[in-house]
Structures are given as C-alpha cells and as structure tokens.
Design a protein around this ligand. Structure first.
Ligand code: DX5
Ligand code: ZN
Length: 219
C-alpha cells in the first residue's frame, strides 16, 4: 500500500565515492524513494549530475527515483532521464517555456510529472497547471546547494498551496525540499506536506536508520 507520508533522501548530500553503498544503506534504513538533484550551472549556480547517475542509482535500488531538474530547457533531457530510470521528474515553473507541454511529455514517457517552485515565486502562479501535475515540489531554500537554512515563510506558502489543491479537487502530493530535518518535519506535515526531501539531515547523520525512525516518529 502507498504510504501517506514519504521520506526521500537527496543523494546530493551522500558520499559520491560510495554512492551505491549510500543508496543501499538508506534503503535499508527505510526510506520511500530517492531524490536526485540535477543542476546545470545556468538555472542555478552549481553543476551536479546527469542521466548516467540515475542509471547508476537504478542498478542498486528498485525504489522510485524522483528527479529534480534545476536546469534550463528541461524538455531536452526528459527522455534521457526517464530511459535512465527516473520514475518522476519535476521541472521548475520559472524556466519552462511551455509548462503544460513539458508535463505532458514527462507523463507520455511514463514518469510522474511534478512542478518545482522557487521560494520567491508566488504560489498562486501554479493554479492554471494543477490539473496537469501529480506533485508540487516546494523549495524551502534557493536551489543550488544542499545544507542551507530552511526559509520560515514556506509554511504559509504550503498552507496556501494545500488550499488551492483542495479547491481544484485534484489529487496532488506536496513535497518539500531544502533545510528539512527533525526540527521542522512535524510543522511541515501539519501545514500539508506529505513528501519530505532531506539531504544533509539524513546523510550527515551518524545512524541513518535512527534518523529515519525519528523522522517517522515525528510525523
Ligand atoms: C537544493 C536541492 C535540495 C538539497 C536538499 O537545491 O534541490 O534537494 O539537496 O538538501 P538539504 O536537505 O541539505 O537542504
Ligand atoms: Zn532537490
């Protein structure tokens, strides 16, 4: 059965020299899916990974691989990521030239379409696209790097989004990304989040199983 609340470690904070082991260890610790941060050095000031990393991750886990594209012209790379093993792809509302078409493309290639939204973008901008998406990835830091501080105004944004989704009568997951940890996970759940992306809170912790268990306990 599909769990109500899901924990998604962002592999950006993993030890890349032992990526396979890190993925297996977090899977064993009880996570629900993996979050893969793709950055192009244009849309965000950092460069990370491409489809070959998704392919590598696909070899060591059967869990969903949710891919967060922080890149310009994401439509050019959707097919390659899905062929490599991405099961969900979120694209940023700030950069898509034709968002409905891009979401449709993700769906047609067989993955879950999602919309990512930056801290400075008003949440109401999502309204026209709600029926085309299966999840919204709300950024609670400015995208580009792991380990940043959670932006407090995000709670209000999530509450507004939960209201917009309710009004739309669509079934849409709310995912949160950036600065998520034991100190705010409960408050985020209360605001309406059901998918929790966490990079440093998991991979910088001493005992992954203990951390995941504590996160679940807080929910
Ligand atoms: C930021 C990325 C996040 C990041 C989260 O641009 O999209 O997924 O890895 O890392 P933490 O949880 O450390 O803020
Ligand atoms: Zn991310």
């Amino acid at each position: 059965m599909d769990k109500k609340y899901k924990i998604a470690p962002s592999i950006l904070s993993a030890d890349f020299s032992r990526l396979g082991e890190e993925i297996k260890a977090t899977e064993k610790a009880g996570v629900d899916l993996f979050h893969i941060d793709v950055m192009d050095g244009h849309f965000v000031p950092n460069i990370t990974m491409g489809p070959i990393m998704v392919e590598a991750a696909r070899k060591v886990t059967k869990l969903p691989l949710d891919t967060h594209l922080m890149i310009e012209n994401p439509e050019k790379y959707i097919e390659a990521f899905i062929k490599a093993g991405s099961t969900g792809i979120s694209v940023h509302i700030e950069t898509c030239k034709n968002l409905p078409e891009t979401l449709h493309m993700i769906h047609n290639f067989g993955a879950k379409p999602g919309i990512a939204i930056n801290p400075d973008t008003p949440i109401e901008k999502l309204t026209p696209f709600l029926e085309k998406t299966q999840y919204i990835l709300v950024m609670s830091v400015h995208p580009g790097f792991g380990g940043q501080k959670f932006i407090e105004s995000t709670y209000e944004k999530i509450k507004k989004l939960a209201h917009l989704i309710k009004k739309s009568k669509q079934k849409i997951d709310i995912a949160i990304d950036g600065g998520v940890g034991l100190d705010n996970i409960k408050k985020l759940k209360d605001a309406g989040v059901n998918i929790f992306v966490a990079g440093s809170a998991i991979f910088k912790s001493r005992d992954y199983a203990e951390t995941i268990q504590k996160m679940r306990g807080a929910l």
